[in-house]
Design a protein around this ligand. Structure first.
Ligand code: NG1
Ligand code: ZN
Length: 540
């Protein structure tokens, strides 16, 4: 008999209310667990158990749980865990989440839980602390009930922050765990979040006139009410945001014909956008952790300013500030991308800006960790998820620097404000939006000038359903296939026929399919190369 048998009994009893559907196999991946909402109650209950164990393992530090399915349709939902500094769950714990989610019966679940506790050497006597929030999906409340049941069975303390963006929950987790320490991140409230961003934005905009309006498509999701709150706290005298697609009362509208994923995938305006040439427009996704910009030129041709363009803008601006502050010897700016980054952006960063670029596998956790290795690490996926991380050392250098001139003073002040403005925990559409707005105001640029830094190479992304996507394994940050045997040579032979051509194949981590990406000198060549590479896959 262990002292904690009462907990295991409570878990077994509560779990019978959240039975695992037969025959399903769940996996905790880059996006946590994500699938049809009606298949998630048992999973979310078990995530509650794991969140409590994780908190106990980390001496009662607060763990976050976010219930969202991001850019997916309304009928989907998902759940992910947030570690104490606001970062994603440590990789080695993903397997424990998967183990718990797949236990079929109450007894198996208790056995699995005991196994996790034993393997991680967790002291069950420590009090667990968990906070959680959800997006605007109609399935959110019932999944919250499942989560609460799991936390209650574990006798965990918890706090429900109700509806928030994903990055706001990450922010809160970090604030709570750093409260009262030298690394205190901010006030652990939603208002604290707006006030931190608002103060930093106003500092950056000091002496600047209010830029023209930015039109923000909120994907009919949580970004809409939260951006409205942010606008109020920042002050409309300095930020003119026009919110569109803000209907969170009609569930079917979420991410439908709007939002960052729609715009990036279809390379067109969300239907119903009434904008004029040169207007700055942005689209968020359903949990507001992604943002892409776009505009129409004089001919009403659509131009996308994606995550690569945002990363390039941020790297250019921060590099200039570091130089102006006289800190270029001490603070090195680097950029992290994935293989999906447009080749023209990589050339621009390396050759024009002289900034080092690291390529990592797809998935924000890879980018985030690679960015932590730079003094200032800018990371963005082409789809608009990303942020800029300031290392503790670079923050101390910026803090301690003594300006020798008014220009240095201003540059240091802007660097400090940027490090507060940019969410240090995870990619954040609201924070990234303010960053872009501030940079454009500093440069006096409209979207066309920003877009002028480099011209995207024509590219094409194709999704191919194959017999077994797990047969496709890669190396070199997913840029080369290792298996099936012989296939990479055939891809290389095709790519060699196109001047400036580049293509790669990898299995999706979020869908049962393989993705082919191709770039070439012209639109038709990029399409042709993608199509020919996709054609190879039917042989495997
Ligand atoms: P997969 O399905 O592994 O390609 C997609 C996106 C990633 C990332 C994850 C969600 C592309 C090509 N891939 O991954 O960038 O956003 O979803 O975590 O956009
Ligand atoms: Zn998202």
């Amino acid at each position: 008999m262990s002292t904690f048998d009462n907990i295991y009994t409570a878990v077994a009893e509560a779990s019978s209310g959240f039975a695992k559907p037969q025959g399903l196999i769940y996996g905790y991946g880059t996006a946590g667990f994500r699938l049809k909402a009606n298949l998630l109650a048992s999973v979310v209950f078990r995530v509650g158990l794991l969140a409590a164990v994780r908190s106990k393992k980390l001496n009662g530090q607060t763990i976050g749980v976010m219930i969202t399915a991001s850019h997916n349709p309304e009928e989907d939902n998902g759940v992910k865990l947030v570690d104490p500094q606001g970062e994603m769950l440590e990789g080695s714990w993903e397997a424990y989440a998967t183990l718990l989610a797949n236990a079929q019966t109450d007894t198996e679940l208790v056995e699995a839980l005991k196994k996790v506790v034993a393997t991680t050497k967790t002291d069950m006597g420590i009090k667990a602390n968990v906070i959680f929030a959800k997006d605007t999906r109609s399935s959110g409340p019932s999944l919250v009930a499942a989560l609460q049941a799991g936390l209650t069975a574990m006798s965990s303390e918890y706090k429900d922050y109700e509806i928030l963006t994903t990055p706001q929950l990450h922010y809160l987790v970090r604030c709570i765990n750093t409260a009262g320490t030298p690394a205190e991140y901010g006030a652990p409230t939603e208002l604290g979040y707006y006030e931190k961003l608002g103060k930093a934005f106003r500092t950056l905009m000091d002496g600047k006139t209010r830029p023209s309006a930015v039109f923000v498509d909120c994907a009919n999701g949580v970004g809409a009410p939260k951006l409205r709150n942010l606008r109020r706290i920042v002050g409309e005298d300095i930020l003119d945001v026009r919110i569109i697609n803000d209907d969170i009362e009609t569930p079917s509208k979420l991410n439908s014909q709007c939002g960052a994923d729609f715009v990036k995938t279809n390379q067109k305006l969300p239907p119903g956008s009434h904008i004029a040439p040169q207007d700055r427009c942005a689209s968020l996704d359903g949990d507001a952790d992604r943002v892409v910009y776009y505009y129409l030129d004089q001919d009403s041709t659509f131009h996308l300013l994606d995550g690569d363009k945002i990363a390039s803008l941020a790297a250019m601006f921060i590099q200039d500030l570091v130089k102006s502050a006289g800190l270029e010897e001490e603070i090195k700016v680097g950029v992290v991308q994935t293989a999906y980054a447009n080749g023209a952006s990589t050339v621009y960063l390396q050759k024009v800006l002289g900034v080092p670029v690291t390529c990592t596998p797809t998935g924000v956790k890879h980018l985030h960790h690679a960015a932590q290795r730079y003094d200032v690490g800018v990371y963005f996926e082409a789809n608009g998820h990303g942020t800029v991380l300031f290392s503790p050392t670079s923050l101390s250098i910026i803090e301690a620097a003594k300006p020798q001139s008014p220009a240095q003073h201003t540059a240091l002040q802007s660097l400090r404000a940027l490090s507060d403005l940019i969410n240090q925990t995870v990619g954040d559409a609201l924070s990234d939006l303010l960053m872009v707005e501030a940079i454009l105001a500093h440069k006096g640029w409209g979207p066309k000038e920003w877009d002028g830094a480099y011209t995207d190479l024509p590219n094409r992304l194709v999704r191919v359903v194959v017999k077994d996507r797990h047969a496709f394994t890669t190396t070199d940050a997913e840029r080369r296939l290792v298996s099936p045997a012989g296939i990479q040579d055939r891809v290389d032979a095709l790519v060699a026929k196109y001047k400036g051509g580049r293509a790669f194949v990898r299995a999706s981590g979020t869908e049962d399919a393989v993705r082919v990406y191709a770039e070439a000198g012209t639109r038709s060549e990029a399409d042709e190369l993608a199509c020919k590479v996709a054609g190879l896959l039917s042989d495997y």
